[in-house]
Every structure is written in C-alpha cells, then in structure tokens.
Ligand binder design. Structure first.
Ligand SMILES: [Zn+2]
Length: 101
C-alpha cells in the first residue's frame, strides 16, 4: 500500500487565545507556521494555495482518489510557468504576470 502523501494543512492549534496557522507544501516539503495575530499573516497566507480537485473519475489514472493538497507560491508559479502558454493563466484578474515582462 502506498503511503499517504497528504498532510493536514491549516491546522489551528489552540495556544491560549492565539491560533497557529501551519502550512505544508506537498511538492517541495516547505513548512511555515505563524501566529494568527502575526502582523504579516495576510501576506504569509497569500503565499500558500490549497487545491481540491475532488474525486477523480473513471478514466483518470487516479480514478477514485480524492485529490487535495497544499502547495507553496514558488512551486505553483514554477508549475504554471512550465505550461505551454502560461500567459493564458496568469494574464487574468487585475494583473498580467509574465516572466518576460
Ligand atoms: Zn513548494
């Protein structure tokens, strides 16, 4: 049986009135923890991404697996930049990030 690669993320541990937010990148193994009242918590939180693709369907090589993981900003960026046309993903919303600009 294959060992479960997924680890619980965003666990909040009760330390008297202050929650600790923990992140773990399933790609590179990077970990980060900080206090919920950390003055930079919003900036730190934006550097982590949870992806929940749900249960893979019949026909997928991962049929029946629930695909959910957390990835750090660096790994997500590297993944997207490996796309044939990363601008089709990154040029959206209120910004257009491109490696060439
Ligand atoms: Zn990473």
């Amino acid at each position: 049986m294959q060992e479960q690669a997924y680890r619980a993320n965003d666990k909040e541990e009760a330390i008297p009135n202050v929650a600790t937010i923990s992140h773990y990148c399933n790609k590179c193994g990077k970990e980060e923890s900080y206090s919920e009242n950390d003055i930079n918590d919003l900036i730190k939180k934006a550097r982590w991404h949870k992806l929940d693709l749900g249960r893979m369907g019949y026909g997928s090589s991962m049929d029946g697996s629930d695909i959910e993981f957390e990835i750090c900003d660096s790994c997500l960026k590297a993944f997207i930049m490996s796309f044939e046309n990363p601008d089709s993903v990154t040029c959206s919303g209120s910004n257009c990030y491109s490696e060439e600009s």
